[in-house]
Design a protein around this ligand. Structure first.
Ligand code: PTJ
Length: 266
């Protein structure tokens, strides 16, 4: 990994980039994944690079749904493995979920490399490597290839950095889909039952904490939490967060950080 100075103002963001580049070189991340990350970074800027309140609402509902699930599955692709393998394994243990490798740009080698990376972080059993079947009707991408011990059997599926077609196809199959996607306008965001508009790294961290907090709550209280959740409203709230933030800066130019002696340079 390239050296990133301790005091670099954008250190956290650069570390994530380095993780992706490193795993791109290893063959875990595809080139398209680097582009997808750039789109995500842009939305992360717009939400202020923090977990916004609507994301917190979605995280609470997601934790409730995962705790109530009878067969939860965490779907992992190249980018999510590069950015958050450790979080994914920790969450899978906390909710007793199966981890499945599911790729848009699939190759057996990539699937195996991702499973090996997850195993390095302590994953016991990762499906979706050499046990996949054509399991998602109406989907022509490689994401239709799923495991009968994983997504095919799941009632709740957690997806990250997705393409909307698959989320829609999973919904048609009757799966309850929780998505993590920084873009509140994406098809994935709109097709999922619950959408966490946040960076996958922050979102998983918060989700693990929320699962621990809700673990001993009664089923009735978890059900109530879910009943009160409205994904359309939460997405609208996330869009308002971005709009309000931009309008605030547009109306208060003194809050835009610039180099003070800008004009003296002329
Ligand atoms: O590993 P593969 O073969 O399965 O391919 C993975 C990619 C990411 C290439 C594939 O799924 C893809 O093309 O995804 P999309 O359609 O570009 O969608 C990715 C979505 O994730 C976009 O809406 C991005 O805004 C969002 N995103 C990017 N980085 C992050 C993110 N969301 C959360 N956290 C991020 N770090």
């Amino acid at each position: 990994m390239s050296h990133i100075p301790e005091d670099h103002p954008r250190r956290e963001s650069l570390i994530l980039r380095e993780k992706l580049v490193e795993d791109f070189r290893k063959g875990i991340v595809v080139p398209q994944g680097l582009i997808a990350h750039g789109r995500g970074e842009c939305f992360d800027y717009l939400i202020g690079e923090k977990t916004i309140e609507p994301a917190m609402k979605a995280i609470r509902a997601a934790a409730a749904s995962l705790l109530m699930a009878s067969y939860p599955v965490i779907s992992v692709n190249g980018n999510s493995a590069a950015l958050a393998a450790e979080h994914i394994v920790r969450l899978s243990k906390a909710i007793d979920a199966v981890i499945e490798v599911n790729l848009f740009h699939r190759s057996e080698r990539r699937a195996r490399l991702i499973a090996e990376k997850l195993a390095e972080f302590g994953a016991r059993d990762v499906v979706g490597v050499d046990d996949v079947v054509e399991g998602v009707p109406g989907l022509s991408s490689d994401r239709r290839l799923v495991s009968s011990r994983g997504i095919l059997k799941a009632d709740v599926v957690l997806v990250m950095l997705e393409d909307g077609d698959r989320t829609e196809a999973l919904r048609r199959l009757g799966k309850f889909v929780v998505a993590i996607d920084l873009n509140p306008l994406s098809r994935t965001a709109r097709m999922a039952n619950i959408t966490i508009v946040d960076n996958v790294v922050r979102a998983l961290d918060a989700l693990i904490r929320e699962v621990a907090r809700l673990r001993n709550h009664s089923r009735g209280s978890l059900e109530n939490l879910l009943k009160g959740y409205d994904n359309r409203e939460v997405l609208a709230e996330a869009i308002r967060c971005i709009a309000d933030r931009l309008m605030h800066l547009a109306r208060n130019p003194e809050e835009i950080e610039v180099f003070e002696d800008l004009h003296k340079e002329l």
